[in-house]
Design a protein around this ligand. Sequence first.
Ligand SMILES: [Zn+2]
Length: 524
Amino acid sequence: MVLCAVPVSTGVLAQEARTPPAPLNLPALGDSVGQDLSPRAERRLGDRIMRAIRSDPAVIDDPLVLEYVQALWDDLLRAGRQRGEIGPDLEDSHAWEPFLVRDKSVNAFALPGGYIGVHLGLMAMTTTTDELASVLAHELSHVTQRHIARMMGQQARTSWMSMASMVLGILAASRNPAAAQALIYGGQAATIQGQLNFSRDMEREADRVGFTVLSEAGFEPGGMARMFEHLQQASRLNDDGSFPYLRTHPLTSERIGEARARMGPDGWTQALRARPSEHQRTAWHALMSARAQVLMDPRSDALHRLATLTPPEGASALQRVRVHYTVALAKQRTGQTAGATAAMDQARQATLSLPASQQPLVWRILTLSEAEGLLEAQRPREAVAALKRPALASPMAAPEAGRPELLLNARLALAQPASGSQANQWRDAANQLQTHLSQHPHDAAAWALLSELWRRLEQPLRAIRADAEATAALGDLPGAIDRIQGAHQRFRRPDAADVIELSVMDARLKVWQRQQREDLRDDN
Ligand SMILES: [Zn+2]
């Protein structure tokens, strides 16, 4: 979990880690001491940790960045299945879900049950898709090789609560180091920190399995060795604790050497020759790492610095797009709306010099980002106009609309002033969200928007249910249960349609109550 790469930068953590663990007075996890945690038990543990951390402000849902990470992750998962690293039992029991952490340090970690935390700092620091994918493949391999289960099985005293408070400590550290220390004291998390690092053998295995998964998924296998070299170089330049990944993954020359050896004698020359199919990924990574750079540090001095960047002399078209995009996003977030629009125009201009295969993807990201910025600046009409800008005349098909479009459309529908035709737009947006939610029932952002749409459409019961789902998806089970119970109080004499809705709500209520009972049982 955490296992892979917990920042141990605070003095408290480092100190506490050396002392033997105090009895945590918490229940044993796992079926019995000395045995691996079963896949189901591991997932339950992971779910509980995620329930505790999901509503933390450092866990962010940026639809565009998440979509990119998810795409890389899906490719790796597919390869893991093909190679048999993910068998049917693991496939069904685990969540296999990456999530984003707003933190500028370079880090990624695997939690029990197949949840992978990716720091925005890691995305901002990697220069290619393959580098980022190599870290994801490594973390994925910790999960597939059951490293967490093996370690948990050996530590009967490790509880989900102590692991959750440790992760919360990581998240809090991204905002305020002092708060993180207080929390770590309170949660006793530090006492188990010393035991939660993977063994060297496990790390070596994750490198080896990760490498084969990476190659099988079609990524440049050189990405892993390049990532190591890149990390080593960058950390040499600044030894300020912003590379927690290195603390748990020391870059021995042996580790780099092995990564190189796996590539064979022609490895480096092959790695330098980008395949045409990688063109799109290259552009996608350039924009998403720029976005991560802007999102990872919300302080105004950091944003003002990014808002004044200019493309270096002789920059490639993609470098120019990336710089103008960074400037536009930074200006959006510092209230410079006109400047943001101008920078977006420059980015679009530079896009026209990109290879044709890259243009539609870049155009889409620029358009969505511009519309989002205008919406945030309370200019919904201009946002709609930005989305209607004609797409590129390009031989490549436009990229499919995805979750970013879905959420943005719903937000735009809600931002328009009420009118007769507006109700139709609300209904369309609600229908689209419902279709999406039938496939992705844990999408908290989509449920929250749907709730607001139902409220506007004067469907109070549906609005309450969607709100309860959003609350549960963020991990707040008591809040979700309260909402359903409140609805029963309010609708004592339901009509026929309400009866159906209420029975759906009751089914959900039972699920949440059961989960809550399980959580409480494990606390005592
Ligand atoms: Zn690792």
